[in-house]
Write a protein of this length. Structure first.
Length: 124
């Protein structure tokens, strides 16, 4: 692939990571709103477990999607580093491998932490 195609693919992968955050964000907004209104205090156990389950599945799928995009991004920056006579933009993107690795750790760690907070908010 040439530099232009690699940069286009890079932008596509970044978009995938961003888009993968929309559904879990909406779920978290719903859980937060219900928890803030105290709705889980009077909800039956089935409703509470359903809320936790939906948050878990949505979060897990988002993490998998984001992690896959990060791994593919790591391969892409390696390919971009091999381009002959790269532009300044290509060089900067090629230097992003460390940030991608940190992103994978943050995505996974924050997902686990947020899920723990959801369980706490819903089940008390």
């Amino acid at each position: 692939m040439n530099e232009k195609d690699l940069i286009k693919l890079w932008n596509s992968m970044r978009t995938q990571i961003i888009m993968a955050q929309i559904a879990p964000s909406l779920v978290l907004i719903g859980v937060f709103a219900l928890a803030a209104m105290g709705k889980f205090d009077t909800a039956n156990d089935g409703a509470k477990y359903l809320a936790v389950g939906v948050a878990a599945v949505t979060g897990i799928l988002a993490i998998i999607s984001q992690y896959a995009a990060v791994r593919e991004g790591e391969a892409l920056v390696a390919d971009l580093a091999k381009v002959s006579s790269p532009s300044i933009l290509a060089k900067k993107i090629a230097e992003s491998r460390g940030l991608l690795s940190i992103s994978a750790i943050v995505i996974t760690g924050s997902g686990v932490a947020i899920f723990a907070l959801v369980v706490w908010a819903v089940l008390g």
